[in-house]
Design a protein. Structure first.
Length: 649
């Protein structure tokens, strides 16, 4: 195991980790020469490069034109038709993959299921036919609010088969958050479960669905999977059990080709305003990007057991639990529950028992494991692992080194993958058999991706300098719009830097051109690898009748990357409330992930003369630092002084 002294020297030396000769030899892209050749080819003619990747998929009808780019709106593989579910399932049924495990699943209580490609195909066809009988047609939106069970993937693939865009809502979100997302997408069917298992307890999902759907008149049908078996009430005419819905449904469901630009899914993410954005992804380009990156970044082979720990409620679960690996005919391991239940070695126990070979998780999880201690993984034989990955936030070198040693046994390359809900798939990442890695850096953009660190005018900044992380050319997996709001799409992503997609992240490159992500530059905080909008949390707080104003900022948190501090002022004459009550208000409005760690009551907030809250100062205070920088625009020095004084008490 590593210790801090080792890390300091490592950073000073700028040590790099090269893939072993053995790993490189067996890899899809092995060694410098192969990597350079791929990068040269992609740089020379990126559109042609992506066409070659698209040809690796199964198309019902070829495209007429690879890219139609009318800034900022892109269409990829125009005129082409394909079926995503046929790409993930049907095309594997012709050869030996038919009877290979597609999904190996374990529930939190320890129950297990394995579905071969043939079995998964059958379940998807049957369920797609059931959805058809319930009135689902191509273009209809379907909301999915499910625990991590095989049926969650079945539901997604069935929607894809029918060309009905799904909107998966993370099952940790509250009823109110679910309601907003159902309404915004205009979903007419909701697929959910009675509940799911988490930390030994049942999460009552059906109750949340009932509360949400009561305010969604457009919802016609609710399909409920029986997972936990707890008592739920079923509404006549609206609710139907999954097992009843599939009764007598045929296993024959032809996979018709859908237009390459048909919406495949909507996924809501936080932006710098209070309202979540429905990020829209379409069919041909998205799958091309997800399949290509899954194959090369995770070096997927026929014999791999790939475990991405993300929930299907996040984009990582879409691209690297379902679509990317299944398009490659890989075996996916899926787990329902919490990482430390019933014991702190649950993950390592499952890796050993299922022979997981490639493991992909978030730095926040790794930090939690570091804290628990190396004795838990040490109890298990983790020699099946050959490759590790991280995503969601920058990984600190200490956690990287621990991951490398305690989990990877010092022999597994680590791919630190930078991407976003909006990018659809991985953008900046090592190729494990070729790219030398440096702990804490996602290395360089993948072949075909033109990401750069630029200034406000879009000019590349010199190596070593910081700037804005932008993408200078369209790529197949890019979001196509914000659902129902193309203007927001344009202003959010394409108005800050001329001609570029702006990621919202700051970054710098080093002397070798490696990218180091510096975090968000907008009003978005990254808590445990998930983006949360400070404005959204603020609007939840001011939804409380006694709160006048709220300002939410991030503070450094050893485990979660960032924690949430809320500064709150009360309405004049209002009865005091406890911070617990305000925290609960946020949990109810959004979900437990957005619950503030700290609530600080204050008489006033530091503002500029024009009335803008000076978050920079609040961030300093929340981080336990003396507010620094320019305060010449501050209206009321007394407000700041009072907050500081409260801190020093
Ligand atoms: C934001 C995107 C798409 C994966 C899950 C998060 C941060 C993501 C990294 C990384 C440093 C990272 C960025 C990005 N981020 N991966 N490897 N290194 N930062 O998806 O919720 O859309 O958040 O997560 O700030 O903009 P998301």
């Amino acid at each position: 195991m590593s210790h801090p002294a080792h890390i300091t020297t490592l950073l000073k030396e700028g040590r790099v980790f090269k893939p072993s000769a053995a790993f490189a030899k067996a890899a899809h892209v092995g060694g410098r020469a192969a990597w350079d050749a791929l990068r040269r080819k992609a740089a020379k003619d990126p559109v042609r490069f992506w066409e070659e990747r698209a040809r690796e998929l199964l198309w019902a009808k070829p495209w007429r034109k690879a890219l139609d780019w009318k800034f900022p709106f892109a269409k990829w593989f125009v005129g082409g038709r394909l079926n995503v579910s046929a790409n993930c399932l049907d095309r594997h049924l012709d050869g030996p993959r038919a009877n290979k495990a597609a999904l190996v699943w374990e529930g939190e209580p320890g129950d297990q299921r394995t579905l071969t490609y043939r079995q998964l195909h059958r379940e998807v066809c049957v369920f797609a036919n059931a959805l058809k009988r319930l009135g689902v047609k191509a273009g209809d939106r379907v909301a999915i609010y499910m625990p991590m069970v095989p049926e969650a993937a079945v539901a997604m693939l069935a929607c894809a088969r029918l060309g009905a865009p799904h909107s998966v809502v993370f099952a940790g979100f509250s009823a109110e958050a679910l309601r907003d997302r159902i309404q915004d997408a205009g979903a007419k069917v909701v697929i959910a479960a009675d509940g799911g298992w988490r930390k030994g307890a049942v999460v009552p999902l059906k109750a949340a669905v009932d509360e949400a759907v009561a305010q969604c008149p457009a919802v016609e049908k609710v399909v409920i999977l029986r997972r936990t078996g707890q008592g739920v009430s079923m509404k006549d005419g609206r609710d139907v059990w999954w097992h009843d819905a599939v009764q007598g449904a045929s296993a024959d469901c032809p996979a018709v080709g859908h237009d390459s630009e048909n919406p495949l899914f909507i996924l809501y993410t936080s932006g710098s305003t209070g309202k979540p954005k429905g990020v829209l992804h379409t069919t041909g380009g998205y799958l091309t990007h997800a399949a290509y990156t899954a194959r090369l970044v995770f070096d997927l082979k026929e014999t791999d057991v790939f475990w991405c720990t993300a929930d299907i409620g996040w984009v990582t679960g879409h691209s690297y639990v379902v679509y990317g690996p299944l398009a490659n005919g890989a075996t996916v391991f899926m787990y329902e529950g919490a990482p430390m239940t019933p014991a702190p070695d649950r993950f390592w126990d499952m890796i050993e028992r299922h022979g997981v070979t490639v493991f992909y998780t978030a730095p926040t999880a790794i930090r939690a494991f570091v804290r628990l201690g190396g004795e838990h993984p040490a109890k298990h034989d983790l020699s099946s692992l050959r490759l590790l990955g991280t995503v969601g936030e920058p990984i600190n070198p200490e956690a990287w080194l621990w991951y490398h040693e305690a989990i990877g046994g010092g022999r597994c390359p680590i791919v630190d993958t930078w991407w976003q809900t909006e990018t659809g798939g991985i953008m900046i990442s090592p190729l494990p058999g070729a790219t030398p890695t440096k702990p804490g850096s996602a290395t360089v953009p993948l072949p075909g991706i033109e990401a750069a660190v630029v200034d406000r005018e879009g000019n590349p900044v010199p190596k070593g300098a910081g700037g804005l992380l932008a993408v200078r050319r369209p790529w197949p997996g890019m979001l196509r719009s914000v659902w129902g709001d193309p203007e927001r799409y344009r202003s959010q992503y394409f108005s800050q830097i001329p001609g570029c997609y702006f990621t919202g992240d700051g970054a710098r490159t080093d002397k070798d051109g490696y990218f180091w992500i510096l975090g968000r530059v907008d009003d978005v905080i990254n808590v445990a690898g998930h983006r949360l909008s400070t404005m959204e949390i603020e609007s939840a707080l001011v939804g409380h009748p006694r709160v006048a104003e709220a300002a939410v900022v991030g503070h450094p948190d050893e485990l979660k990357g960032q924690g949430i501090t809320a500064f709150v002022t009360m309405r004049g004459g209002a009865e005091p409330v406890t911070s617990e009550e305000l925290k609960a208000t946020v949990t109810k409005a959004i979900g437990a992930i957005a619950r503030p760690d700290v609530v600080r009551f204050t008489e006033s907030l530091p503002k500029t003369r024009s009335g803008k809250i000076m978050r920079r100062l609040l961030r300093d205070i929340a981080s336990g630092e003396k507010p620094t920088g320019d305060t010449t625009t501050l209206e009321d020095f007394a407000a700041l002084a009072r907050l500081q004084a409260a801190q020093e008490e």
